[in-house]
Design a protein around this ligand. Structure first.
Ligand SMILES: [Zn+2]
Length: 431
């Protein structure tokens, strides 16, 4: 985050703060990086800059709990600086960085280094530590040491923890430390060699598929381990109707299980792979229309807690390889708000307040982060949204180093137009 805190008066907006059930026209005064006052026609203290938010929505800073910043090790795809700039431009005030860097943060020292590396970024960068040493799935990383160094969750994202005893131990430690496990759930034996969802489209294209069971089997196992250990489990990027049902039942049972969906999984189907090839290749893959419907239903019902991007930058050269050889993943930070507004809010799946809750208060609560709300004394992190701004996705305008997105040319309605972190205006399209 910015090295110092600042003051700012945001005037005339519609303030929506789901954590305190506020949705009203109000001004917001941030002083020294913290929310100081919320009210109508607040006077500006001397020397405090004023931001006119008339006609705009003022929301608690959005948190993207699932991004890949690629530094250290893969700086040709993204750096902390370029990824954080992309976040700011997308209205995201805080990101949680997944640990599949080289080297990965699997020791206290490496977590501390990762935290220090991101210290000057324009947005808050939280670090997710590894579950296993080297992300190899063979022995547990020193989770307590990682937590002490600042890890906010544990994941081997990109790879699963297939060893059941290890995952059980990790959940037990997670419970003791009060830190969630955030695993990538994939039975590699079922998905190996696959480039897309296993279904009618993969059959038609003659491409090896990744069956839904590859996700659901490991999630079912881990929910059983939660039942045994009581450890908190936050499921990354759920993508199948079967998974939504598993989470629905786990929650009904009162288990500490939460989950996220990625912006593309509630919009696109596997047909997109036929249309866009590697630009639509990701893991978990785009699924069937029925799975997309299940994501929308799960969001509306509240079975799905949070929305994230899984921002996964790759170079143009990597994505120009054949479908079977190109890496998995797409960028997402600069399209997240527009996709959410267009496909969830304007299509009537979620209210604006519910969408904001899933991007701010829910991730803060689940990952036990500061922020996510606009109560007095809270962080002065704000996402300012024009809910009706119409725009077209143009990846050449991205701050991200990478342009791999299946949403090139998409016409969206709703955009983050200003981003405030600790009272600093870190991005603005306002005059
Ligand atoms: Zn993953």
């Amino acid at each position: 985050m910015p090295p110092s805190s600042a003051s700012l008066l945001i005037r005339g907006g519609r303030l929506i703060d789901p954590a305190s059930r506020i949705d009203t026209p109000a001004d917001l005064l941030i002083e020294k990086g913290q929310v100081r006052r919320v009210g109508v026609a607040l006077p500006a203290p001397a020397g405090v800059p004023i931001l006119d938010a008339t006609g705009l929505v003022v929301a608690p800073g959005f948190i993207d709990a699932h991004v890949h910043l690629r530094e250290p090790g893969f700086e040709y795809k993204e750096t902390i600086a370029s990824g954080a700039a992309a976040a700011a431009a997308g209205g995201i005030c805080a990101v949680a960085a997944m640990p599949n860097t080289n080297p990965p943060p699997d020791s206290g020292q490496r977590v501390a280094e990762a935290v220090a590396r991101a210290a000057g970024a324009p947005v808050r960068v939280y670090q997710i530590g590894c579950i296993t040493a080297g992300r190899k799935g063979q022995s547990l990383a020193p989770l307590e040491e990682l937590a002490r160094a600042g890890a906010i969750a544990f994941s081997d994202d990109g790879d699963p923890v297939e060893d059941e005893a290890l995952m059980r131990q990790a959940l037990e430690l997670g419970r003791r430390l009060g830190i969630p496990l955030f695993p990538h759930e994939e039975v590699k034996a079922l998905t190996a060699g696959g480039s897309m969802h296993e279904g009618q489209v993969s059959a038609r294209l003659g491409v090896k598929g990744m069956p839904s069971a590859g996700e659901e089997q490991l999630i079912a196992r881990d929910i059983e381990l939660v039942r045994q250990t009581g450890g908190p489990l936050h499921l990354a990027h759920i993508s199948t109707a079967g998974t939504v049902e598993l989470v629905r039942r786990a929650k009904a049972e009162g288990l500490p299980v939460t989950c996220e969906v990625l912006t593309h999984h509630f919009i696109l189907t596997d047909e997109e792979v036929d249309r866009q090839g590697t630009q639509a290749k990701m893991s978990p893959p785009l699924r069937s229309g029925a799975d997309v419907q299940a994501m929308l239903q799960g969001l509306a019902e509240g079975v799905i807690d949070t929305i994230a991007t899984d921002h996964a930058p790759h170079s143009a050269e990597e994505k120009s390889r054949p479908l079977t050889e190109a890496p998995f993943g797409i960028v997402g930070l600069e399209t997240a708000v527009g996709l959410t507004l267009t496909h969830l809010v304007h299509h009537g799946v979620l209210s604006l307040a519910q969408a904001i809750e899933k991007w701010a208060w829910a991730p803060a609560r689940i990952l036990r982060l500061p922020g996510g709300h606009l109560s007095v004394g809270g962080l002065g992190d704000v996402t300012i949204i024009d809910p009706n701004r119409e725009w077209t996705v143009d990846p050449t305008q991205f701050r991200s180093k990478s342009h791999n997105t299946p949403f090139r040319g998409a016409k969206l309605r709703g955009k983050a137009v200003a981003t405030v972190v600790a009272g600093h205006l870190v991005y603005s399209e306002l005059g």
